[in-house]
Design a protein around this ligand. Structure first.
Ligand code: ARG
Length: 287
């Protein structure tokens, strides 16, 4: 019998536990899209005949940068270079883990010169270990650090031999994943890390074997749907609590909210015309 003040015991009902997500302060490297345009096509999103507003791209980029700053993160800025319209996608130019830098080697000749501008930025900003890769390597476009493994994409850009190179240079275990859909030509448009050992991904972007490997490694992963992927919703950035993602990715936003994260939506429509989203514009400096 219940006495006064006793809580009734309800049998058979369990409330699913939503963990409290704690953000950690990050340091990012970004490049303003002052020279942004689409004048060549190296992925299916790019159509050089479509008009581009550099001004709108810059406004959206500024909003993204200010969002990070409002959340307490530090943003470093590298000077954009005329004639390198894709330099805004700073994530493609370096993989930094524990202060060691593995630079980039672009597949497309139009982007090749970006790699050295970033190499020089690293050297001018106190990084002593800066290794430039031998093999085609589009850095955080195809490499994602989970805190334990370096997930590594291949199929369209980064050479699979760059995966073992990354393991040797960075000294972290690398897991190779095969991308199969040309719209999702980089790993960072198909998968992102929410928190240590927790990822979100779009299964159809991966080969059957890679999909199975992801399922084994991350049985609790958030599974994105086709709409989330098609607005580049997987090109998201998490600080462990806040998840910055494109405003159209509402299903993904609701899903991460159910796991205790806080979706923060940004409009990146102009940069998407080049095949990029929030994450492409954001290299994480893990010092
Ligand atoms: N236009 C660029 C390219 O095709 C977009 C790169 C986007 N970056 C990314 N990390 N997915 O190379």
């Amino acid at each position: 019998l219940l006495g006064p003040g006793d809580e009734p015991i309800v049998l058979g009902v369990t409330t699913p536990e939503v963990p409290v997500r704690v953000p950690t302060t990050r340091r990012y490297l970004m490049c303003p899209p002052e020279h942004f345009t689409v004048e060549y096509a190296i992925n299916p999103w790019m159509d050089p005949t479509r008009p581009i507003s550099t001004e709108l791209a810059l406004a959206q980029w500024t909003e993204l940068k200010e969002t990070y700053e409002r959340l307490g993160h530090r943003v470093e800025v590298i000077e954009p270079v005329p004639g390198l319209p894709d330099m805004v996608f700073s994530a493609n130019s370096g993989t930094v883990i524990e202060g060691r830098v593995l630079g980039a080697r672009f597949r497309a000749e139009q982007r090749a010169a970006e790699a050295d501008h970033f190499r020089r930025w690293f050297l001018a900003n106190g990084y002593s270990t800066v290794v430039m890769p031998e093999r085609t390597n589009e850095a955080e476009g195809d490499f994602t650090w989970t805190g334990k493994y370096l997930l590594a994409g291949t199929g369209f850009r980064t050479d699979p031999l760059a995966h073992s190179e990354a393991q040797e240079v960075l000294g972290v275990p690398v897991i190779s994943l095969q991308l199969v859909d040309p719209r999702y030509y980089h790993l960072d448009v198909a998968l992102f890390v929410l928190a240590d050992d927790l990822i979100a991904y779009y299964p159809d972007a991966f080969s059957p074997g890679s999909r199975q490997a992801l399922r084994r490694l991350f049985p609790d992963a958030v599974i994105a749907n086709a709409e989330d992927a098609a607005c580049l919703g997987l090109n998201a950035v998490s600080d462990g609590r806040h998840v910055i993602l494109p405003v159209e990715a509402t299903n993904l936003g609701e899903q991460v909210a159910r796991r205790g994260f806080e979706p923060v939506y940004v409009d990146i429509s102009e940069l998407r015309k080049s095949g990029g989203g929030p994450k492409c514009c954001t290299m994480e400096l893990r010092d």
